[in-house]
Write a protein that binds this ligand. Structure first.
Ligand SMILES: [Zn+2]
Length: 90
């Protein structure tokens, strides 16, 4: 019984350690105050300074336009298919 409890405690400890390691991987110093913040944050919780999240890149206009065109095309096709289905299933 006591052995089982210890095993569980060790498992919990290992899990907590993995969680900490994961968080530390995402910890970066704030460029404004130098405190440790997470790399997905957009604002420092300590000094309120603006942060640029890792992996964030504003989409360029051309890509945005192309995505919008594809979106409209897909939307139109889906709408036509739905209308056809309604007409033919009557
Ligand atoms: Zn800060």
């Amino acid at each position: 019984m006591a052995r089982l409890d210890r095993d569980r405690l060790e498992q919990e400890e290992a899990r907590a350690q993995r969680r900490r390691a994961r968080l530390e991987k995402h910890a970066v110093p704030c460029p404004h105050c130098g405190k440790s913040v997470l790399d997905h944050m957009t604002r420092c919780p300590y000094c309120g300074g603006a942060l640029v999240p890792k992996g964030y890149a504003p989409m360029d206009e051309q890509k945005k336009r192309r995505l919008r065109t594809v979106g409209y095309a897909v939307g139109t096709v889906v709408a036509v298919v739905i209308v056809l289905l309604i007409l033919f299933l009557k």
